[in-house]
Design a protein around this ligand. Structure first.
Ligand code: IMP
Ligand code: MG
Length: 183
């Protein structure tokens, strides 16, 4: 990557090279698991856009993609406790093998609600892929993460799709915010 991104309030947690290596491992695993299946990746906007774009290019299968936009954080750094659907899927998932693609699982509330919503639509299977998983206590213990890039410390992170109030999504690495008050 030719561009240098510098921000004194960020400390690199995973470099672009580390992310790319791990994403390729996940893609190979998914390709093995879904051979001969009708696989659709559902990207949860906006945070998963970069992860999804990179991940699907490492999955050597005839897959499709779709997107949902949900809001749970509303520009805040703590969960608002509710999940609002801002944009629903374009196509039905009946009979399909679905992988929901998320940037990060924190409380698990967003994905738990999404599983409830999508679980009633007749998919053949629904699994979860997330780039990052925080060890924060899950509101719902039943949430099973099938494909996880990295387990991270319980800190606020940005980059590679993840934002702070809409910014930093374009960073090619994942950084820990040193001082959240200075964002
Ligand atoms: P959950 O419902 O608590 O699991 O929250 C998941 C959503 O919260 C993610 O899709 C992100 O949009 C947001 N989120 C949680 N932790 C972070 C973080 O450290 N940085 C940026 N966004 C975060
Ligand atoms: Mg998100």
């Amino acid at each position: 990557m030719a561009t240098e991104f510098t921000d004194s309030n960020l400390e690199t947690l995973y470099s672009a090279a580390q992310i790319s290596e791990r994403v390729a491992e996940l893609g190979a695993e998914i390709a093995r698991d879904y051979a001969a299946k009708d696989l659709v990746f559902i990207g949860i906007l906006k945070g998963s856009c970069i992860f999804l774009a990179d991940l699907i290019r490492t999955v050597d299968l005839r897959l499709t993609i779709d997107f949902m936009a949900v809001s749970s954080y509303k520009d805040e750094k703590v969960s608002s406790g509710d999940v609002e659907i801002l944009k629903d899927l374009t196509n039905p998932i009946r009979g399909k093998d679905v992988i929901i693609c998320e940037d990060i699982v924190d409380t698990g509330l967003t994905l738990f609600r999404l599983l409830e919503i999508l679980g009633s639509r007749g998919a053949n299977s629904i699994k979860i892929a997330t780039l990052l998983d925080k060890p924060a206590p899950r509101l719902k213990k039943e949430l099973k993460i099938d494909y996880c890039g990295f387990q991270i410390p319980n800190k606020f992170v940005v980059g590679y799709g993840l934002d702070a109030a809409g910014r930093y999504r374009n960073l090619p690495f994942i950084g820990v915010v040193k001082n959240p008050d200075e964002l």
